[in-house]
Design a binder for this molecule. Structure first.
Ligand SMILES: [Zn+2]
Length: 91
């Protein structure tokens, strides 16, 4: 029963992501907060969409910080995210 709930959540999550851009960003089409980050309700709590995408893609919860390498707050593409708090990559 728990597993079924998780699977439904995964399907409904990716249904709200625009993945038609090929190599580009995957924009979140659901709700967003005042700072532009996508938000989603999962397990009864509002969470940042990109953090949920990371969890679904890797099976691991991100640390305190999960940064966008692409600087697009609506993007939920796991390739564009890094859990490092100190990304040294220049923009
Ligand atoms: Zn991106």
């Amino acid at each position: 029963m728990r597993r079924r709930l998780v699977e439904d959540s995964v399907l409904s999550f990716w249904a709200k992501v625009d993945r038609t851009s090929g190599d580009g960003c995957w924009d979140w089409k659901g709700s967003s907060d005042v700072t532009g980050y996508g938000i989603v309700r999962l397990d009864g709590r509002l969470q940042k969409a990109h953090r949920v995408a990371w969890l679904l893609a890797t099976g691991q919860r991100p640390g305190l910080r999960l940064r966008h390498l692409c600087r697009n707050p609506r993007c939920v593409r796991p390739d564009h995210l890094t859990p490092s708090a100190r990304s040294l990559r220049a923009g």
